[in-house]
Design a protein around this ligand. Sequence first.
Ligand code: ATP
Length: 239
Amino acid sequence: MPLLELENVSVAYGRIEAVRNVSLTVEEGELVTLIGANGAGKTTTMRAISGVRPLAGGVVRFNGQDITKMKAHERVKAGVIQAPEGRGVFPGMTVEENLEMGAFARTFATKAERESTLERVFTLFPRLAERRKQLGGTMSGGEQQMVAIGRALMARPVLLLLDEPSMGLAPMMIQQIFTTISQINKEGTTVLLVEQNARQALSRSDRAYVLETGEVTRAGGGRELLNDPAVIEAYLGVA
Ligand code: ATP
């Protein structure tokens, strides 16, 4: 049984069907990526999973349970955690306070659990440990991305949803974010990633799906798609 399963999911904005009959699975422990051009429906698919956008059709299952009608906050409680879009760091709070906000998303966390999770985040992102008293709003773009991912981790995700974590970052920082995402996954968190940076994402993914104008047009192993001529031409540029 997959951890996450989308079966013929469609999502519409008014008359525009942004996602059409998308079926995909994420197995426990996997790192799966959605790639696709601007407007292909990647973010909309994430919204269908996190529950912030209702479906026009289809079913979403998590852990074998139909969650299609479940509210977004209930999905959070079940462990479906999305790092905030556009980073969403609270500018007037310190890095540490920002991270602690993430722990409130799930009520089961005891003080000891919270502290050990915070230490884990600081181990993954040493920069955040150094800057724990700095205000979120004064952190650089890449550092704010780390805060956003760290905050999501504080909720102890069963499934971590990341929407373009490399967006707007300098090449060095992109490398670092991808390395950390791989590490988070290797330590046991299942990850569904949306990325424009297809080469990096595919090389680190167990599997991936290609979305084109709202539909899945290709699926396969990360490395398999990395060597697929159609994917190379459309998303990887000249190799
Ligand atoms: P990008 O890589 O540019 O973020 P994406 O693959 O994430 O793109 P979506 O943001 O899911 O694509 O958008 C899919 C389609 O739905 C686009 O045509 C977009 O214009 C449209 N869309 C997205 N959000 C809304 C909205 N709130 N209202 C109307 N149309 C929307």
